[in-house]
Design a protein around this ligand. Structure first.
Ligand code: GDP
Ligand code: GDP
Length: 436
């Protein structure tokens, strides 16, 4: 599972700016998606050699609130789950009493702390850092998050502090199985679905939890295919004391999505689609995961309600119109066969291998059909294409002036390739390269 790094510090020191720099999307695919903003507080940093979850804990105001703020459910969870704490400070403010109070709190956790002294742009670094040296932390690094300076160095200092085994290898029994994350808001019906699937089918091995908060992997065999369900719902942990905290953890959700090949986002048909649902879907796409939308609680809805629901989904999920919506009742077990079929299809599409000549032929046809708009009188040229990896299928297109290609044209190409190769249920990545 992905290790976790928490950003903590007073309000306004630049945590969310740093968060944005660390979790920047590498792909315009979703960055320009209308209606979906990236989750403000949780993301995955992939700028270094190993990915990890970054949590922007929001502002701790220090003295008065101190640990009060820390006990806010998600903040506490973040600090508890983090392997490394990045203590963000403001070089222009210098050391304030609140900073010392926060540091005391952080020290109590016993976790490694890196001080990131932000807003050093235009300042003398030596001077800027000197004051913070009094904290006696082993790493005190200068940063200018707004100018994206020092973030790579910060990541380089973070990585060695993350536990080796946190990035665990695939369990041998998982090989050949489709890894499926079932995610969604609380009460969408995730536990009911998992129990239903397990109750109907033979459970091969009962899985043993690693640490308490790791998502649990549940092997499942159905119609001759093997799956590993990555359970974020805490199905087997409902009885535990920490139920409230366990019930919904964004961190666990991100970890599950990272570990999965196919993400099933469960939506409650009786509730309006929430931003949280869209964020989850957007994140899964961002991570390149194959996607199935399971619309649950379809039982007991009348014709009118069903139509309303379908219309709302069509409207708001346009940006993932390639993902299949499956209407199910986890409670009654209806639609599950179709759900599993959609999972397999999405997985197979995500792993489809397509040769260079077929890709190039398709590119030529797309280019003939509709050419990218001129840039200062010159048309970007697209010459040939080759595969750049699977899961998600990645198509590398060589040409010239490709950096001027508009997002709309990229989407046109995506859709063209998707249609031609029936890449349903999976994001498609297009990478442009100029020259040979
Ligand atoms: P947060 O409350 O800790 O999340 O802080 P924000 O990321 O919202 O930043 C607070 C303010 O500091 C904003 O106006 C940012 O533009 C500014 N800021 C953030 N990073 C830098 C930096 O590296 N240099 C300068 N000069 N300003 C910064
Ligand atoms: P989770 O938080 O996503 O794991 O959601 P649960 O599986 O705990 O379900 C939340 C509530 O929704 C429970 O009361 C379930 O009985 C109910 N529920 C789950 N699936 C269905 C369904 O398909 N139809 C109906 N009517 N209720 C359901």
């Amino acid at each position: 599972m992905l290790p976790v790094v928490a950003l903590v510090g007073r309000p306004n020191v630049g945590k969310s700016t740093l968060f944005n720099a660390m979790t920047r999307s590498r792909d315009a695919l979703v960055a320009d998606m209308p209606g979906v903003t990236r989750d403000r507080h949780y993301g995955v940093c992939r700028t270094g050699e190993r990915p990890f979850v970054v949590v922007d804990t929001g502002g701790l105001s220090g003295v008065e609130e101190g640990l009060d703020a820390l006990t806010a459910q998600q903040v506490r969870l973040a600090i508890e789950e983090a392997q490394v704490l990045v203590f963000v400070l403001d070089a222009r403010d210098g050391v304030l009493p609140q900073d010392r109070a926060i540091l005391d709190d952080l020290r109590r956790s016993g976790k490694p702390i890196i001080a990131a002294v932000n807003k050093t742009d235009g300042l003398d670094l030596q001077n800027a850092l000197a004051e913070f040296a009094t904290f006696g932390l082993s790493s005190t690094l200068p940063l200018s998050a707004a100018h994206n300076r020092g973030t790579d160095d910060l990541v380089r200092h973070v990585l060695p502090l993350l536990a080796e085994d946190a990035h665990e290898e695939l369990a041998p029994e998982d090989a050949g199985a489709i890894r499926v994350a079932i995610v969604g808001r609380p009460n969408a019906g995730k536990s009911t679905l998992i129990n239903r699937l397990l109750g109907e089918e033979r459970l091969i091995v009962s899985s043993v939890a690693g640490t308490t908060r790791d998502p649990i992997r549940v092997p499942l065999e159905r119609d001759g295919r093997r799956y590993v369900l990555i359970d974020t719902a805490g199905v087997r942990r409902k009885a535990r004391v920490e139920e409230a905290v366990e019930k919904f953890s964004v961190i666990k959700t991100l970890q599950s999505i990272a570990a999965a090949q196919v993400v099933v986002v469960m939506i409650d048909a009786r509730e309006n689609l929430a931003d949280q649902d869209l964020h989850l879907i957007g994140h899964a796409v961002d991570e390149g995961r194959a996607l199935v939308i399971a619309v649950n609680k379809w039982d007991g809805m009348d014709q009118y309600q069903r139509e309303q629901c379908e219309r709302a989904l069509e409207r708001r999920l346009q940006f993932v119109d390639w993902a299949k919506n499956v209407f199910i009742s986890a409670l009654h077990g209806s639609g599950l066969r179709e759900l599993m079929r959609a999972i397999v299809r999405a997985h197979d599409a995500a792993n489809r291998e397509i040769g260079s000549s077929e890709l190039t032929r398709t590119l030529e046809r797309a280019y003939e059909g509709y050419q990218p708009p001129l840039v200062r009188g010159h048309a970007p040229k697209l010459r040939f294409a080759h595969p750049g990896g699977s899961n998600p299928p990645t198509i590398v297109i060589h040409g010239s002036r490709t950096k001027h290609i508009a997002p709309a044209y990229r989407r046109y190409l995506e859709n063209f390739f998707r249609k031609r190769f029936k890449l349903e249920g999976t994001p498609v990545r297009i990478e442009f390269r100029d020259g040979e």
